[in-house]
Design a protein around this ligand. Structure first.
Ligand code: FPP
Length: 249
């Protein structure tokens, strides 16, 4: 987690990625969109490996947003089948490499078979501690805040919580990433420079790195560049640059 006083952070503890550009990559290569998503899985695998080797402790990948349900049913269906297949194929390797899997998002909206694979993968890898891989599936930052508010309100209604005790730390404990630090670095591929309802609470102080590279073209070299970009940032957390230089001296 960020100390809040380091002038030049060496490594991000938590990297979050909006993996964008699969469809455009497929079109540019004369392939159907689902081929772009399949190619995207290869990039995800390379990035997971590179992050684990670089001592990143949490990697969060935005695999499917609350808004992605609006895509053509055939594409949504292909994506759900791809997620099931990827979990089936990759969980052993992730487990052998000490990676813990965790999912965030509205699970109730997902197909039963996928929910079962997700629960199995989480149970199987629960004791792993080298790196946590968070897959955001049917996730939206606004949904995340809504589910946190609902759970907090229930505690207030039952008398277990005084509204005066609601503060940033309490909300953080009710967000989907509860127990994990907020991302230090957000990477978005595919050329757009927006957050698209990703981790709205968590991105308050995150460094943002946008690249035109389409997700299927993103791999170990590109993540190395992003980590280098991060190491050049001065993270001030509201302080002045002079204050930070003084702490570092
Ligand atoms: C965006 O490309 C990507 C997605 C909708 C998410 C799907 C991501 C994967 C299948 C890769 C990794 C998968 C896992 C399970 C880790 P887009 O379709 O929005 O591209 P476009 O903007 O070019 O149309």
């Amino acid at each position: 987690m960020s100390s809040g006083v380091s002038v030049r952070p060496v490594r991000p503890t938590h990297v979050a990625i909006i993996m964008d550009g699969n469809g455009r990559w497929a079109t540019a290569n004369g392939k159907p969109r689902h081929a772009g998503h399949r190619a995207g899985v290869k990039s995800a695998r390379q990035v997971v490996e590179a992050c684990a080797e670089s001592d990143v402790k949490v990697l969060t990948l935005f695999a499917f947003s609350s808004e992605n349900w609006k895509r053509p049913p055939s594409e949504v269906d292909a994506l759900m089948r791809l997620f099931v297949e990827v979990l089936q194929r990759e969980v052993d390797t992730l487990h052998e490499n000490g990676i813990q899997l965790r999912f965030i998002g509205n699970r109730e909206s997902l197909p039963t078979i996928l929910r079962k694979r997700m629960a199995d993968a989480e149970a199987r890898t629960a004791a792993n501690s080298r790196m946590t891989l968070v897959l955001a599936v049917a996730y939206g930052g606004q949904w995340d805040m809504v589910q946190a508010m609902r759970r907090i309100s229930q505690k207030v209604r039952s008398g277990d919580l005084d509204p005066a005790d609601i503060d940033e730390a309490l909300i953080a404990r009710h967000r989907a990433l509860a127990g994990l630090p907020s991302p230090d670095l957000l990477i978005r591929t595919g050329g757009e420079q927006r957050v698209s309802n990703f981790l709205l609470w968590d991105l308050a102080y995150t460094e943002l790195c946008f690249t035109d590279t389409l997700w299927p073209d993103f791999g170990a070299d590109q993540i190395a560049h992003a980590l280098e970009f991060f190491s050049q940032r001065q993270r001030r957390f509201g302080r002045t640059g002079d204050q930070l230089e003084a702490v570092a001296d």
